[in-house]
Design a protein around this ligand. Structure first.
Ligand SMILES: [Zn+2]
Ligand SMILES: [Zn+2]
Ligand SMILES: [Zn+2]
Length: 93
């Protein structure tokens, strides 16, 4: 059993585990109010399955890369923490 980090932020369609981390698509069938569930089957290939980031669209196998959830998403701005590679001290550039 691998370590599963807690979700820290939820939007209508996605959730992330760390600040500036990937925003993963939610599983709409399983998610309930107050109990978001990341869709781990965006990648579905043989024994490999895993979630997809709705910002950078990276998909990684849950089994082969367990650190994916806590990785920083390069397309999330470090200043406003939303999608778009703004930076340079943002206010959405
Ligand atoms: Zn991402
Ligand atoms: Zn794999
Ligand atoms: Zn920004």
């Amino acid at each position: 059993m691998g370590f599963k980090p807690e979700i820290i932020e939820v939007t209508d369609e996605g959730a992330r585990y760390v600040e500036r981390g990937h925003l993963f698509y939610l599983d709409k069938w399983i998610s309930m109010p107050g109990a978001p569930h990341v869709d781990s089957w965006r990648l579905n290939s043989g024994i490999h399955n895993g979630p997809e980031c709705m910002v950078c669209h990276k998909v990684v196998c849950d089994h082969c890369n367990k650190d994916f959830r806590t990785e920083v998403c390069e397309l999330v701005c470090g200043v406003c923490l939303t999608a778009g590679s703004h930076k340079m001290d943002c206010p959405n550039r």
